[in-house]
Design a protein around this ligand. Structure first.
Ligand SMILES: [Zn+2]
Length: 364
């Protein structure tokens, strides 16, 4: 028997202007007792709309404001609430931490999970995995789930009212999807979820890049005005759905290893999307991509305000670059989905060249 190919995605994806006004209509089939795991700002942005959507229905609703990270302790706390309050559906409202905490809570208790992202900064909402931390905030593990979330609902007005840098950051994360996926396909690596890669996964990754290229700049201008336009809606879909489902069904490569390398030099708060964008440029150098392609991706970064040099992400010494290159190449890193067995010295050279080309572009 040959290797299995698989396609995974949320069972339901709903997005639009004031989408949360329809929260009850779209999600009520899942149960009658709800636990909302909210970030502080997520609660403010979403509570009133969700409550209004319930109208006269007397479903049990409990909102928990959550200020921590997705640590084992926080997840345990939420699990206890699910049990004592006899919850049917866990709903995440917020960014990555709320999403990962709620996903893990629903998984461990066997309940439905709905994700309401309040920023479009990463591809976490649609994927079938979480990053879990220890209670001292150190990294514990990636938790892989057997399925992706039951539903994802994105209210475009909530995203349009969030700071624009989240949207730009999400575009950086989404920028890697096509190029990292393409590298994984070339070497017949498995998908992020461990199966063979489908043509559907490839198509989503490609559409993700095309959408960024065509609508990225317009979407930023719309977001600055808090205006929900087609361009903004397309970019929200690219950042949240195409990038998340795309990445899950293809795989990551050098761009995400670059990010992991950067976090290893103590830039703990290095922005994920910023690093993945610069990491994509590094990957293209590493692959010997044609000049036209490199220039196209670089000019996209310049157009939307993603970094093209090391200095822009706070890396200033060669010593740091050496550490990044070494940590990006440790066994198990997705950089090994690239053709050839990439060595730290090759990664170092590629980082330096991508940076030099970025400096040239900025000087123009
Ligand atoms: Zn990412």
């Amino acid at each position: 028997m040959g290797r299995l190919r698989a396609m995974r995605e949320p069972l339901k994806y709903v997005q639009g202007r004031n989408a949360l006004n329809k929260f009850y209509d779209e999600m009520s089939y899942m149960g009658k007792r709800w636990l909302f795991v909210c970030s502080n700002s997520g609660y403010k942005a979403c509570h009133d709309k969700i409550e209004a959507s319930f109208g006269d229905h007397d479903d049990y609703r409990r909102y928990e404001i959550f200020s921590g990270i997705s640590s084992n302790g926080e997840i345990k706390k939420m699990e206890d609430i699910v049990k004592t309050d006899n919850i049917d559906v866990v709903v995440a409202i917020g960014g990555g931490s709320a999403v990962d905490t709620a996903k893990a809570t629903a998984y461990y208790t066997g309940k439905h999970i709905v994700i309401v992202p309040t920023v479009a900064a990463t591809d976490a909402p649609c994927t079938g995995l979480s990053v879990i931390y220890n209670d001292d905030h150190s990294f514990d593990k990636y938790l892989f789930y057997p399925t992706n979330p039951d539903a994802v609902m994105v209210d475009c007005n909530v995203i349009a009212n969030a700071p624009v840098h989240f949207l730009v950051s999400g575009m950086g994360d989404a920028l890697g999807t096509y190029f990292e996926g393409r590298a994984s396909i070339r070497t017949e690596s498995s998908s992020l979820e461990g199966t063979g890669i489908t043509r559907a996964g490839q198509a989503l990754a490609k559409l993700c890049y095309e959408t960024l290229r065509q609508y990225g700049k317009q979407a930023i201008e719309a977001c600055k005005l808090h205006a929900v336009t087609p361009a903004l809606e397309y970019i929200i879909e690219a950042n949240v759905y195409l990038s998340g489902v795309g990445a899950d069904n293809v795989n990551c490569a050098a761009a995400h290893s670059f990010y992991n390398g950067v976090t290893s030099v103590g830039c703990k708060h290095a922005d994920h999307g910023d690093c993945v964008a610069l990491g994509t440029l590094v990957q293209l150098v590493l692959e010997g991509a044609p000049k036209e392609e490199f220039d196209d991706v670089q000019s996209f970064c310049l157009e939307v305000g993603l970094p093209v040099t090391l200095e822009q992400i706070g890396i200033t010494t060669e010593e740091q670059v050496r550490t990044i290159a070494e940590n990006a190449c440790v066994p198990g890193e997705t950089i090994h989905n690239l053709a050839g067995d990439v060595q730290p010295c090759e990664m170092f050279d590629a980082i330096m060249q991508a940076d030099a080309l970025g400096k040239l572009a900025l000087a123009r």
